[in-house]
Design a protein around this ligand. Structure first.
Ligand SMILES: [Zn+2]
Ligand SMILES: [Zn+2]
Length: 285
């Protein structure tokens, strides 16, 4: 198939300034931009609200957004998402979901959100190791390395938390599988460390057995990485295991809607992945 004939999709996207403090623009404008760019379907997967004030992101703390405000926003997000899904159903298929966390207390919290809001699906992501939000900034990442007792222990803790999260939450999609490499220039070496490789293989086997989908997260390019999450050696393992991989733009505003989608699609196509993208839900709405 010519790359231009392959459907544009995003299995992890649509963070908006309307509902996320570190994103920009309104959700409806973001949906309109996906339509304008010719996307066939998009999973809108906003971050969840925290279970209490201690688990807020640093920027939410700095701006005094409390847990009741953030919870209220999330409720409005789910409502708005479902409205937009109906409003634009003739132009684009939207799935309305959310992206998880793994901080202390997440299991009961996420399960109760899923129960209350009935999302189309969840993106299972890890942004914390031992309650440190390592992807927030290089300095927070450095704190996480110190707390873990080194970079390899940090990677190990990350992949162990991911394994637990997959078992506990059973998300349909695994977000940015190797995002722990974010601020680590020597990630190639660290991902191939035997202790880490073992964990990666274990997590991928679980993902394969549960028929989950991996987010091919294009936002890595925007943040200056040489390659998306998943990195190339992991991608090759994934292909040999037959796990579906689907592009996710992880957009956080109009300027990142669909960014690098063509580049991502041609990379997956050149590596021999199935480009009849698997959807995160079984039946089409
Ligand atoms: Zn975000
Ligand atoms: Zn994420």
């Amino acid at each position: 198939m010519k790359p231009t004939d392959i459907p544009k999709v995003s299995i992890h996207g649509g963070h908006s300034g309307e509902f996320c403090h570190h994103a920009k623009d309104s959700l409806e404008d973001i949906v309109l931009k996906y339509i304008q760019k010719g996307f066939e379907w998009v999973g809108i997967t906003e971050h969840i609200p925290p279970p209490n004030n201690d688990r807020r992101y640093e920027d939410e703390i700095a701006d005094h957004l409390d847990v009741s405000f953030l919870t209220q926003k999330f409720m409005q997000y789910m409502q708005k998402g479902k409205q937009l899904k109906r409003k634009y159903q003739d132009k684009i298929t939207l799935y309305i979901g959310f992206e998880t966390e793994t901080y202390t207390g997440y299991a009961a919290h996420v399960k109760s959100l899923a129960q209350s809001y009935q999302p189309d699906y969840m993106v299972g992501s890890v942004h914390h190791v031992d309650d440190i939000n390592f992807d927030f900034s290089p300095s927070v990442y450095e704190q996480a390395v110190e707390k873990a007792g080194g970079i390899i222990p940090l990677y190990a803790r990350y992949f162990d938390s991911q394994f637990d999260m997959i078992q506990i939450l059973q998300p349909k999609v695994i977000g940015h599988f190797d995002v722990i490499r974010l601020y680590d220039p020597k990630y190639g070496k660290h991902l191939s460390d035997p202790d880490i490789g073992k964990r990666i293989d274990r997590n991928l086997s679980l993902i394969a057995s549960q028929k989950m989908i991996l987010d091919f997260n294009l936002r890595a390019w925007l943040k200056g990485a040489d390659e998306p999450y998943l990195s190339r050696p992991i991608l090759e393992k994934v292909r040999s295991m037959g796990i579906p991989v689907v592009p996710g733009d992880d957009s956080h505003g109009l300027d990142s809607v669909g960014l690098n989608i063509e580049r991502g699609i041609s990379l997956l196509q050149s590596l021999g992945f199935n480009t009849r993208w698997q959807r995160p839900v079984f039946s089409n709405p």
